[in-house]
Design a protein around this ligand. Structure first.
Ligand code: SF4
Ligand code: SF4
Length: 136
């Protein structure tokens, strides 16, 4: 059975320049489509991929990723903003790898474009009033 799943991969700094995705293709017959790629301020690599292949190959590929130290996050969680809690401080704008926060001028309001959010969770802790929430 073929599967196609969207996942967020977090690469710790020592793994950022390793040929890990190449091995997914060569050794596990998986196809990938890069949806987003970025390096976070902590220099962790973040890759949003659509991975496709046979179910068995997918499971082996995911096991390989986990064994080498890549953290895998399925895109099944949702991130919300408590609109009343947001102070529009702007701290999240440069953190978000997908540009889901946009400064509106001249009001200087920070708009949250949830259709751009990939639920990576990077904005949750840095938000001073804890207005960003992740729910299952
Ligand atoms: S960091 Fe939090 S409070 Fe500041 S603009 Fe972003 S969501 Fe709003
Ligand atoms: S969870 Fe936050 S930082 Fe990550 S994509 Fe969504 S809005 Fe951006």
């Amino acid at each position: 059975m073929s599967v196609s799943k969207r996942v967020v991969l977090h690469f710790p700094r020592p793994l950022v320049d390793q040929p890990i995705i190449y091995r997914l293709v060569r050794d596990y017959n998986l196809m990938f489509n890069i949806l987003r790629a970025s390096v976070t301020p902590k220099e962790e690599g973040l890759l949003v991929l659509e991975l496709s292949g046979e179910q068995e190959d997918y499971e082996k590929g995911v096991r390989y990723l986990t064994e080498v130290g890549v953290e895998i996050q399925p895109l099944s969680r949702n991130v919300y903003r408590d609109e009343a809690g947001c102070t529009h401080c702007g701290a999240c704008i440069t953190i978000c790898p997908t540009g889901a926060f946009v400064l509106e001028l001249p009001t200087r309001r920070v708009n949250f474009l949830d259709e751009k959010c990939i639920a990576c969770g990077l904005c949750i802790k840095p938000c001073p009033p804890r207005a960003m929430e992740m729910r299952l």
